[in-house]
Write a new protein. Structure first.
Length: 182
């Protein structure tokens, strides 16, 4: 996320996934050679790879092509108000859940077993916070100001208290893990 709270740049559209400047938010994660970056960024990468399922909103799922049916080999649960497009039939690990965020999170948690669920997408994270089904947040704060785009926490129904669990500071990003207080 940019320092001013954006997770996508301006002009976030299907032919421009993530919008203008989007890749700047992910430079900390890529070393350009292997899939895993060195140092603290590699630790964050390992944590993402250790999750047992992915919960994602339809907008994000469609923009990334449903991860071509494979997000580090785990089930992908897409929360949506509409049934899946026909193209999803070729991705057996992708499941659409159309009866709300609570049901989608329950499905993702069941698929993950004793591992964590990785949540992608601003709208999905906001709805999960609102429904009380999101336990933790991991924010990768990038030292850049976008000024416009799609904010991670643009619409929340009420105040949400967080507890800082861990902070890892690197020249490329500050990685902050929060627990949602209930």
């Amino acid at each position: 996320m940019s320092l001013d709270g954006y997770i996508a740049g301006s002009d976030d559209q299907p032919d421009n996934p993530g919008g203008d400047g989007f890749m700047r938010l992910h430079e900390w994660l890529a070393d350009g050679e292997s899939g895993r970056p060195p140092g603290p960024a590699g630790e964050m990468y390992d944590q993402m790879e250790a999750t047992g399922a992915v919960l994602v909103g339809r907008h994000t799922a469609e923009q990334v092509g449903h991860y071509n049916g494979n997000h580090h080999g785990v089930p992908i649960v897409v929360v949506s108000h509409r049934p899946p497009p026909a193209s999803v039939a070729s991705y057996p690990s992708v499941t659409y859940v159309t009866d709300g965020i609570e049901s989608a999170m329950a499905r993702a948690k069941a698929a993950a077993g004793d591992r964590d669920v990785l949540v992608h997408g601003a709208y999905t994270a906001q709805r999960a916070l609102e429904a009380g089904v999101l336990d933790e947040l991991q924010i990768h704060q990038i030292p850049v100001l976008f000024g416009q785009g799609r904010r991670l926490f643009d619409v929340l129904p009420s105040r949400v208290e967080l507890e800082i669990v861990r902070v890892i500071d690197t020249p490329q990003a500050t990685h902050i893990r929060y627990r949602v207080r209930r």
